[in-house]
Design a protein around this ligand. Structure first.
Ligand code: AMP
Length: 187
């Protein structure tokens, strides 16, 4: 019980700190969007370490073989997480950015569509893969990442985000890939 209380206390502490430090930038990148800027976190090495440790506590039971990070803010913590867990990190990038042979997936956005890619030889069959990004909004990007992993016969073991905009219900469309959906702070 003591441990559980300690865990909840640290978790709440990180959530409070994140709410203080994450900066709202109105009308970026377009009018009407309130952009959650997480770059101030990276100026604080202790908070950065606490975040990594907290996410590792969340995903430890998943027996991960690799972490996939979504361009570009998903790389910041994704690489640190994979390195600390001593497992591979695999980048997903927007179309045309990766130099070698790729697999790609197109998906619809509110206006228009987008396409993401991954190098074709990086996910091994039946690997348990965590998808990491800075923020969950509608879930469309994370869904596309899950499709890319399944196309290569990997298992989507879970999703991890620093921030979730829960009013957009993004986790609903992710549940068909995995019920393991984690974040550190919600709005
Ligand atoms: P979605 O596909 O709608 O879940 O959008 C998630 C992607 O868009 C992530 O890669 C986020 O970095 C980015 N994103 C969407 N909305 C915001 C926001 N309000 N603030 C910061 N990033 C956002």
């Amino acid at each position: 019980m003591e441990n559980l209380h300690g865990y909840i206390k640290i978790y709440n502490m990180i959530e409070t700190k994140l709410k203080d430090i994450i900066r709202d930038v109105p009308n970026f990148p377009k009018p009407g969007i309130i952009f959650k800027d997480i770059t101030p976190i990276l100026l604080d090495p202790q908070l950065t370490r606490d975040i990594i440790n907290q996410i590792i506590d969340q995903v430890k039971p998943l027996n991960l073989d690799a972490i996939v990070g979504i361009e570009s803010r998903g790389f910041w913590f994704g690489i640190m997480l994979a390195n600390k867990l001593e497992i591979p990190f695999i980048p997903i990038r927007k179309k045309g950015k990766l130099p070698y042979k790729t697999v790609s997936y197109s998906y619809s956005l509110e206006y228009g569509s987008a396409e993401i890619e991954m190098h074709e030889d990086e996910i091994k069959e039946n690997w348990n893969v965590l998808i990491h990004d800075d923020l969950l909004a509608t879930g469309g990007t994370a869904c596309a990442a899950a499709e890319l992993i399944q196309m290569q016969n990997g298992n989507v073991a879970g999703f991890s985000f620093v921030v979730a905009l829960t009013f957009l219900n993004g986790s609903e469309i992710l549940k068909k890939y995995s019920e393991n959906i984690f974040n550190l702070v919600s709005y």
